[in-house]
Design a protein around this ligand. Structure first.
Ligand code: CDP
Length: 219
């Protein structure tokens, strides 16, 4: 069974997906982390994100691995490093490139073959798995999403500024929704859940019930 969860930054996708997957024994694939890994590699190697030729050369040799919820680049665990603000906006930049998306989508489809998987991202229900068994679109007011991200980042950096985070999130929303390749949009058959006034637990319960109802007899 394939469960697709799409939505903008800070809508709660990854927290909820991970919790549900753990609960019901599904595998969770955080597709955003894959774009983050590639952006991190470019930043680390000082490659200009507008130099397509060099980016594509690095993409070809990209060696990423995902094990037990951890992400490895060239065998190094970079799970924490890919969560920085610099990497977030870098990921949104590289995610506009057609060749990058094709490679990531291939990996996502291959990874999900004959498994019970929850994938979260921007294009899962629209492009990666248009025939997914269940499609959810999570949304929330941008101020609430920025507040959630702010609380997360504050734990690591006391100097983080809410207004800057809000601006970065709105910029990323704009680019992710207006790009030519696989823009963020609600699939026609997705169930939309606005999480502005819900706790993570409430959202989790709702989606888990939907999976159980839809998936009857499938696993
Ligand atoms: O966790 P957050 O929602 O902030 O971001 P993410 O899911 O880790 O994704 C980082 C960036 O990767 C997004 O802003 C998108 O530009 C891109 N992305 C994408 O284009 N397609 C996906 N399936 C997942 C992420």
């Amino acid at each position: 069974m394939i469960v697709a969860i799409d939505g903008p930054a800070g809508s709660g996708k990854s927290t909820v997906s991970k919790m549900i997957a753990d609960d019901i024994g599904f595998i969770y694939l955080d597709t955003g982390a894959m774009y983050r890994l590639f952006a991190y590699k470019l930043i680390k190697e000082n490659v200009d994100m507008d130099n397509n030729e060099e980016e594509l050369r690095i993409l070809e040799d990209l060696n990423i691995d995902m094990k037990n919820g951890k992400f490895y680049l060239d065998n190094e665990d970079v799970s924490d490093k890919i969560r920085s603000r610099e990497v977030s906006s870098g990921a949104s930049k590289v995610a506009r490139i057609k060749e990058v998306r094709e490679k990531m989508v291939d990996i996502q489809r291959e990874f999900s073959k004959s498994k019970n998987v929850i994938l979260d991202g921007r294009d899962i229900g629209t492009v990666v798995f248009p025939n997914a068994d269940l499609k959810i679109y999570l949304n929330a007011a941008s101020e609430v999403r920025a507040k959630r991200r702010f609380e997360e980042l504050k734990e690591k950096d006391k100097n983080v500024n809410y207004n800057e985070i809000l601006k970065e999130i709105e910029e990323r929303d704009y680019h992710d929704s207006s790009r030519k390749e696989s823009p963020l949009r609600i699939a026609d058959d997705a169930i939309v859940i606005d999480t502005t006034d819900f706790t993570i637990d409430e959202v989790k319960k709702k989606i888990k019930n939907l999976i159980i109802t839809k998936g009857e007899g499938k696993w």
